[in-house]
Design a protein around this ligand. Structure first.
Ligand code: DAH
Length: 340
């Protein structure tokens, strides 16, 4: 009984000492003492431990604590309705509204839009194609042999086998779709998502983005390809940018090249980003292989053309010096907010 009485006294004291400054705190007072799980209810639970003869007196004591709490509640409420704050405290109609946070474009969208606008200025038209693609458009029509490693299960996500349907491994499928449905001259730019069965790391992801370019007309030369890419590099990284083309191999172009730009970080002096070479690789390109033209019903005796393809993640990482590709897909606001 001593213990229980001490507990009652403690709650009584606590109620007497409570002060509140606003409506929210008043509500907390109500919950703490008078709520269905409040301390006063809690004291009533001791009734079952009180011996029979003392029950009546103890009941009266508890009722008086309850009355104390109710009286204190009313008093506190009055205390600040007197100075005009009660109920209004959280409803100050003159207070300025919470600012609305303005969203920002994703860095990949910023760079994709920039690439599009650079090529639109010289007559390229945006085209698109399916992300779930058949074997013909993703591989065979592009002159990619049946035993090419890119077709391997390790690299390609198959949606279905025999006949094969894949998640496109590059945007080059749009080249084929454009050539099958349009008559030259064709000048398209195809940005979009591509998929590869890669282990996710700082450098590689299973989902990323490419931009494909294709130009088909009469007498298209390699010199035109080079001039177009130089214009692109200067537009993207500044007038002082230079390019170099290194011979390479892609099944769908002949000859093929990879393009480096002078390092946009150090200007060619050599730094960590360009691994002290002064150059960074940003795209693959070449003259469309006559086999590819013929696969699409375009007369390779009359027409020629060039194609190029680049990864948007890579270009964006170089532009903003981002060192982990996974950041693009985590949607961490602290990352995204930096591109406002
Ligand atoms: N499709 C190639 C890839 O994903 C990139 C590419 C290289 C596209 C050369 C082209 C090209 O159009 O001409 O690695």
């Amino acid at each position: 009984m001593e213990e229980i009485r001490a507990k009652v006294e403690e709650v009584k004291q606590a109620i007497a000492n409570e002060q509140v400054a606003n409506a929210a705190e008043l509500e907390q007072f109500r919950i703490k003492y008078l709520g269905s799980k409040g301390q006063v209810k809690g004291l009533f639970a001791y009734m079952k431990d009180v011996p029979g003869p003392e029950k009546r007196e103890f009941g009266q004591l508890l009722n008086s604590v309850k009355q104390d709490a109710e009286a204190k509640f009313e008093a506190l409420k009055q205390s600040f309705s007197a100075n005009g704050k009660a109920n209004k405290i959280e409803l100050d109609l003159t207070a300025p509204a919470q600012p609305i946070e303005i969203g920002a474009r994703h860095p990949l969208s910023i760079v994709r839009n920039e690439i599009i606008s650079i090529f639109e200025k010289i007559g390229f038209v945006v085209a698109d194609g399916p992300e779930v693609e058949d074997d013909w458009h993703n591989f065979t029509a592009l002159n990619i042999p049946f035993d090419h490693p890119a077709r391997d299960m390790q690299d390609t996500f198959f949606v279905q086998k025999d006949p094969d349907w894949v998640l496109r491994t590059h945007t080059s499928n749009v080249q084929i779709r454009a050539m099958e449905t349009q008559k030259p001259p064709i000048r398209i730019l195809a940005p979009g998502r591509v998929y590869r069965n890669e282990t996710i790391s700082a450098r590689a992801h299973c989902l990323f983005h490419q931009v494909e370019g294709l130009y088909i007309a009469e007498n298209v030369s390699f010199a035109e390809l080079k001039e177009t890419l130089l214009y692109f590099a200067k537009s993207l990284y500044g007038e002082n940018t230079t390019i170099r083309l290194r011979p390479s191999y892609f099944p769908f172009t002949e000859p093929s090249a990879e393009m480096d730009v002078s390092c946009m970080i150090c200007g060619g002096e050599g730094c960590k980003i360009c691994k002290y070479t002064g150059w960074v690789e940003i795209l693959g390109c070449g003259m469309v292989d006559p086999n590819v033209l013929e696969n699409c019903g375009i007369d390779a005796q009359v027409y020629s053309g060039y194609a190029f393809g680049m990864g948007i993640e890579r270009i964006t990482m170089l532009k903003y010096q981002i060192d982990d590709i996974r950041l693009f897909f985590e949607n961490d606001k602290r990352f995204l907010e930096q591109f406002k």
